[in-house]
Write a protein that binds this ligand. Structure first.
Ligand SMILES: [Zn+2]
Length: 469
């Protein structure tokens, strides 16, 4: 579907726009990454999964996507965490960084091309800070460097917050340093006793958070990015500050499309540790939920709507996913008459088209899923009526796995290999049935049930299912 026009909401313009990358066929994507001071929670993963849908759909449309995500391994939280545990900053952050990579693999997030660490990009940040000082956009005070918001008249164009409306006392940057104007934010923070620091022309210190993302994105993707993504809470001040620093430094547009993902709430309330409704991915896995069901739930609410996470919804996600895998199971294990039907061909094409057009419409995931479930409903009926043929089954399977390049929720195999002793028991039972020894057959069936396997006797022979499926 080369002619598909992808339309996406751009926070900068406040409109749904046609997506046209700077360089044909290639997308430069930057997504704000984790601060590695704790395990990531499901609110974080809501953003990452929505960004993953965006990226996978771009790839599905045929774009080459160059993707960078930062790892923030120095800030107030990481420094405090390391001090609390009495370990080095590196030892502390690497532990959570490792956990983060395990989690993103669990949720099947397509890995970025680069994951630069803040602590390893400091010389590049110093270069940009120096450039901003040279151009008069920044100033030094007590060993810290601040961005002068009054020097950048376009400040506020992303968040629609006008700098003159920012009253004294509004916290643009959560720090206690002195500055010319309370609205100014730190590019470089002077060393405090007991904190890790790096040498710089402005004195020992550490970088601010905002300069980190500007630097890393431009280092790997160039001065103008196609898409910059993050949660809505990043719009102000983080992304507003990124625009100010980057555009002041290069004189060019920093980002063409800003993609922001709405919040996740839990059972209708803001998630917080004090309310006891705070969940990491690991918490949900420990409760026995499958990673694919968790991904399915995070994926299937439109990215610009608040996602209300409930356990009811997670059970529903599990059930919806099972409807798809049950269908695949039928396609894989039934015996179909040889041939191919015109109707199946048309249904498959219709599903592919509707799925693609829905996602091309600002990632309308509900529309895309509806196309899949409509196909499954039709397919199940056709199967019961004996109107599905061997080639149709193969084509349906191929379609679902092809669309799963975007969704990434299907199991690798629907029919799993069983251990040899179980295969032997199934065979013994079939032989018992043949000689009409039903007592033995039933005994083996009960035995297998206890081991999590359900048998189903059909005209074509015995099929089996895992109870967990
Ligand atoms: Zn960022």
């Amino acid at each position: 579907m080369k002619d598909v026009k992808f339309r996406i909401y751009n926070t900068l313009s406040g409109k749904v726009e046609e997506f046209v990358p700077l360089k044909e066929g290639e997308v430069k994507l930057y997504t704000c990454g984790p601060t590695v001071y704790d395990y990531a929670h499901i609110g974080n993963f809501r953003s990452y999964v929505a960004e993953d849908l965006l990226k996978r759909f771009l790839k599905f449309l045929g774009y080459r996507v160059l993707h960078v995500m930062n790892i923030t391994d120095v800030d107030d939280k990481t420094i405090k965490g390391a001090q609390r545990e009495g370990v080095s900053l590196q030892e502390f952050t690497r532990k959570y960084e490792k956990a983060f990579f395990e989690d993103i693999d669990t949720l099947r997030l397509d890995r970025a091309d680069y994951y630069p660490r803040a602590t390893e990009t400091i010389p590049d940040m110093i270069k940009i800070i120096q450039g901003l000082l040279d151009k008069g956009y920044a100033y030094i005070k007590d060993g810290s460097v601040y961005f002068r918001i009054s020097a950048f008249p376009e400040y506020g164009k992303l968040s629609k917050i006008k700098p003159e409306e920012l009253k004294a006392g509004v916290r643009i940057d959560a720090d206690e340093y002195t500055k010319e104007d309370v609205r100014d934010f730190a590019l470089w923070k002077a060393k405090k006793p007991g904190e890790p620091s790096w040498p710089s022309p402005f004195g020992e210190g550490r970088p601010g958070w905002h300069i980190e993302c500007s630097t890393m994105s431009m280092k790997y993707l160039g001065e103008t990015l196609d898409i910059h993504a993050g949660g809505v809470d990043n719009i102000f001040p983080h992304h507003e500050n990124e625009i100010a620093q980057s555009e002041a430094y290069t004189g060019k547009q920093f980002v063409r499309y800003w993609f922001h993902v709405q919040h996740l709430i839990v059972e209708g309330e803001k998630m917080s540790k004090s309310k006891g409704n705070f969940y990491t991915l690991r918490d949900l896995l420990a409760m026995g939920f499958s990673p694919r069901a968790i991904r399915y739930l995070l994926l299937t609410t439109h990215y610009r709507k608040t996602l209300n996470f409930t356990f009811e919804a997670l059970y529903q996600a599990t059930a919806s996913l099972k409807r798809i895998t049950d269908f695949l199971f039928e396609l894989e294990t039934r015996k179909f008459p040889e041939g191919e039907s015109q109707q199946a061909k048309e249904r498959i094409e219709k599903c592919r088209r509707e799925f693609t057009l829905a996602l091309a419409d600002d990632l309308n995931i509900s529309g895309a899923m509806a196309a899949i479930f409509e196909l499954i409903r039709w397919g199940n009926k056709a199967m019961e009526e004996g109107e599905l043929f061997s080639q149709d089954a193969a084509n349906l399977k191929a379609l679902l796995y092809d669309l799963d390049r975007v969704l990434a929720v299907l199991p690798e195999k629907v029919v799993e290999e069983l251990p040899e002793d179980i295969m032997r028991m199934i065979k013994e039972r079939e032989e018992a049935r043949k000689r009409k020894d039903y007592a033995t057959a039933d005994r083996i069936r009960d035995e297998l049930f206890k081991r999590g396997i359900i048998l189903e006797d059909t005209k074509e022979g015995t099929r089996w299912k895992l109870i967990k499926k």
